[in-house]
Design a protein around this ligand. Sequence first.
Ligand SMILES: NC(=O)c1ccc[n+]([C@@H]2O[C@H](COP(=O)([O-])OP(=O)(O)OC[C@H]3O[C@@H](n4cnc5c(N)ncnc54)[C@H](OP(=O)(O)O)[C@@H]3O)[C@@H](O)[C@H]2O)c1
Length: 320
Amino acid sequence: MKKMQIGMTGIEVPAVAVGCMRLDGVDRKKGEALLRGALDMGLNFFDHADFYGYWKNYVGICEELFAEYLPMTPALREKIVIQTKCGVKIGPDGKGGMMNISYDFSKDYILRCVEDSLKRLKTDYIDGLLLHIPDALVEPEEVAEAFDLLEEQGKVRYFGVSNHTPMQIELLKKYVKQPICVNQQKLSLGYAPIISSGEYVCMPDERALSYDMESLNYGRLNSITMQCWSPFHGAKGGIILNEEKYPELNAVLEQMAEKYGTSKTAICIAWLLRHPAKLQPVTGTMDIQHLKESADGMDITLEHDDWYKLWIAAGNNTRA
Ligand SMILES: NC(=O)c1ccc[n+]([C@@H]2O[C@H](COP(=O)([O-])OP(=O)(O)OC[C@H]3O[C@@H](n4cnc5c(N)ncnc54)[C@H](OP(=O)(O)O)[C@@H]3O)[C@@H](O)[C@H]2O)c1
C-alpha cells in the first residue's frame, strides 16, 4: 500500500483517505461494513467534518455514527488517524440549506466545534483539524489562540485548512505558529482546474485563470499536503464513471483499465496519485467494492503519456 506523510508531521497515512461525509446515507450494516472493510484493507485514515450530515439529517450525525460503528477502544484509537473540520456554522434551528450556513473562525467557535467533535467521536484527541471553508471575517489572531490552546491541551495533533487560497493561508501563517499541514480542495480527473490552469497560460484562454490562486504549487513549495475531495466528480456534474456525459473519458478509462489490468475506479485514483505533488484523494464511497477498487489505484503507476491521454480525454488541452 502506498503511504505518505501529512505535511511535515511525520504522521504516515495511506495515500487514499476514507471520507465519512456520506455515512448517514446508508444503513448500519453497510456503514459498518465500509469502516471495518477499510481497516481490513489498511485504510486507517478517516476524513470528517463536524457538520457532515446536515443536508440529510443533522449536524454531527456522521461523526456520531462513526464512533458507533467503530467503538473507540484505546487499541482501535491508536491504530486510526482521524481528521475533522470546523468553522461551518449552522443556524440555531439546524435546517434551511445554504441560507442557514455561515462561517466562523473565532476562537470560541473553533474551541466549541472541537469539543463537540471530541464528544461525538468519543475520543480525547483529533489527529488533524482543518478550517473548513474560509470565513470572510477571520481574525487570524483568534485562530492562533485557539490552535495554541488545542495543541497545549493535546486535543489536536496537526492543523490544516480546506478550500483556501495561498494568500488566505499566508494570512493565517502571520499569526498561527503551528504549520498548516493540509489544504483540502475539490480535485479529480474530471474536475482539475487546479492542475489545468497552468497549461492554458500559453493559449491565451480564460481557463488560465487560477481561481484557487495556484494552491497546488504553493502547497508543494510549503510542504502542505493537498487532499482531493470528490475524486470521482466531473466538471459537468455527477460522477464521471460510466456516465453518458463523459463518453471520451470513459472510453480512455476503459483502455487504461485493460492496459493496467485494473478497474476504471482504480485508474481515476492512480491519475491523481501520479501527480508529483503527492496528492491524497479522499474517497466518498459507501460501497466496499468501490473502496477496494479505489485502494487498488495505489498499486498502479501510470506512464507519463497515459496520464496525459486521460487528461486530454477529460476535455483538457483544447482551444476554447
Ligand atoms: N473539504 C470539503 O469542502 C469537502 C467537500 C465535499 C467532500 N469532502 C470530503 O471528500 C469525501 C469525498 O467526497 P464525495 O463523496 O463527494 O466524493 P466521490 O468519492 O467523488 O463521490 C462518491 C460518490 O460517487 C459514487 N460512486 C459511484 N461509483 C463509484 C465508484 N466506482 N467508485 C467510487 N465512488 C463511486 C459513490 O456511490 P457509492 O457509495 O455507491 O459508491 C458516492 O455517491 C467526503 O466523504 C468528505 O470526506 C470534503
